[in-house]
Design a protein around this ligand. Sequence first.
Ligand code: UD1
Length: 366
Amino acid sequence: MAGNEMIILHVLGARPNFVKAAPVIDALAARGAAQAVVHTGQHYDEKMSEIFFRELGLPEPDVNLGVGSGSHAAQTAALMTGLEAEFLRRAPELVVVYGDVNSTIAAALVAAKLHLPVAHVEAGLRSFDMTMPEEVNRRLTDQLSALCLVTSPEAIGHLAAEGIDPARAHLVGNPMIDTLLTNLGHFDTAAVRAAHHLPERYVLATLHRPANVDDPATAAALVTHLHGIADLADLVIPLHPRGRANLLAAGLDTHQGVHVLDPLGYIDFLAAVRGAAAVVTDSGGLQEETTILAVPCLTVRPNTERPITITHGTNRLVTLDDLVPETRKALETDRHGTKRTPPLWDGHAGERIAEVIQTWRRESTR
Ligand code: UD1
């Protein structure tokens, strides 16, 4: 992708990064920016990685570091070692990082130590729950970023409260929603139902947070409640590799109303979400996507870093004990629709990010 000129280097590692980066890379390419993509290899299965590159038209990564899985320390250390060599070799003028995964903080930390400026896409979101690795990653990445690119207005206040100069924060909208709106015409629910033998009416579940699936006893309790949902309506669950073993060991697929699928690609997954009567999740991005698709979303977490999906969208936080009754309510009340679209979730966040980066480049080379 890049010639000899100074490059903007995007660091991508995990599934949600790919969805957020596609419109940013496109918008920068349209402005003639020289770019490179480093894939850390944090996610590596075909269904967790390549399929997203293909479907979203992402450029082939210039390099894949093949870091893979490990404990937080082992994975983050491997990410940092691999990224340091790449940053030294490529000497980018800006490193762009996305979201809150281990690849994000590893890249920000390495860049900061090499005095390379960082732009953080999806800055300022806070769950205020430091037991979540993502919260640690977000807070530290923002501290290290020259450009904090914000998807939701309350994030500006969070950054200010942490002492981050307001001049670094830019409300740009949500690039994940750019990708959703760009691909909306491809979300064919009938096709995905036919391909996976799914019924007309179903609840779609995705669950992969460590707090929900890592401990076998918690996973077993979750499965009991998921079976309770399957008593009400068919339950479709594309299984993230994390938690697969624990959920299946707890008998997830022993209920005849449960349809366990492998992870789906972007287009099939969003098609399945669009056609769902309700969604049960612990994902961050899906809270946002259901907000725009107007599908009721029940988030099995005690908190969310995306409160705008509650105030402006279809999201509700539920405890495990409330999960079945709340799902029943969601099924009975039918779709409740989006109340208001969050500001700037309009399909143009990538362009705004490119604009902020271009302005920053002009100012920093003056
Ligand atoms: C990571 C992010 C999480 C994000 C999620 C999206 C961190 C700390 N967490 O969680 O915020 O919501 O991605 O999917 O960065 N595995 C595979 N194949 C793969 C990738 C992972 O089998 O391609 C399995 C491995 O057993 C691995 C486990 O999943 O140990 C967890 O992967 P990891 O990247 O550490 O975290 P995620 O749970 O995917």
